[in-house]
Design a protein around this ligand. Structure first.
Ligand SMILES: [Zn+2]
Length: 286
């Protein structure tokens, strides 16, 4: 592993190529994660509800949906997608954005998520170089992309990602990768509490629920990765990102859709993760 790191430290082009290709393939997998995780959760909820309400009835075993089975098919004609039709970006371009057998259009979002995953991962390489910070940061980037799109689609931030991310942040900072173990723990605690307090106050004043517990868990996770000093910046940035994207969405959709806060926290967290120290230095004039 150390030999590999020193090789990539000397050959930055090889490093960019390796991470670029891996993250393109991961982007393709993230499309599946984004599409199937909400469906998997719904399937689990239905089973749990049935167990609670009608425990006497046998559970009807539907074909259980997982990330790997059943294999991907065209949503229109249900033809299985072959491996050579599943190459990131290239296949979509070769098929001109249409299904190979029924010509049903395939959403532009698939190649865009793949490209976005690749670009964001390369930015992380550019910031951190051949280091452990880069390797963990690339994985953080992948999970944040999945969370952003899932929350955008469904207003859900699945625990399986937010809590895993929080645990991973605590674990890697036990080695002091980004911040000290103590600051990592306080980052998680304060990250959760500060949004929770906003949520309680907002609920007391307006009687509405403005955020979900998923938002607190996501901010707790980011706190665990970066420590508590970065949290004010993340909250500030997320409201700025939210304002910008909110205006763009309002222009595109012209309708008031349910409001997801998670994507803004995720994007702000990613910016703070990469350039937070630089931004703080500029503003604090150090
Ligand atoms: Zn088709």
């Amino acid at each position: 592993m150390l030999e590999l790191i020193s090789y990539f430290a000397q050959n930055s082009i090889a490093l960019y190529l390796a991470i670029g290709l891996i993250s393109l393939c991961v982007g393709s997998f993230l499309n599946v994660v984004i599409f199937r995780t909400p469906q998997m959760m719904e399937q689990e909820w239905k089973q749990e509800c049935q167990l609670l309400l009608h425990p006497e009835q046998p559970i009807i075993e539907h074909a259980k949906l997982t990330l790997s089975s059943p294999p991907s098919t065209c949503p229109s004609c249900h033809t299985a997608i072959r491996w050579y039709q599943n190459i990131p970006v290239v296949s979509w371009l070769a098929l001109r954005g249409r299904c190979g057998s029924c010509q049903h259009p395939i959403s532009k979002r698939y190649p865009l998520v793949e490209l976005l995953t690749c670009l964001c991962s390369l930015v992380v390489v550019g910031v951190f170089g051949a280091t452990w910070q880069m390797l963990c940061g690339v994985v953080l980037t992948w999970v944040l992309i999945a969370l952003t799109f899932i929350d955008f689609d469904t207003q859900l931030l699945p625990d399986r990602f937010t809590l895993t991310l929080a645990g991973a942040g605590l674990a890697i900072n036990s080695f002091g990768i980004y911040t000290s173990p103590t600051l990592s723990i306080w980052g998680a605690v304060i990250g959760f509490l500060c949004l929770w307090i906003v949520y309680i106050l907002f609920k007391l004043i307006t009687g509405k629920e403005g955020m979900g517990y998923g938002d607190f868990k996501l901010l707790a996770a980011l706190g665990a990765w970066m420590g508590p000093m970065m949290l004010p910046l993340i909250i500030l940035l997320s409201s700025m990102v939210g304002a910008v994207i909110g205006i763009i969405l309002l222009k595109i959709r012209k309708e008031n859709q349910p409001f997801a806060f998670g994507p803004y926290i995720a994007i702000a967290g990613w910016i703070a993760f990469l350039w937070g120290n630089d931004i703080m230095k500029i503003y604090l004039g150090q």
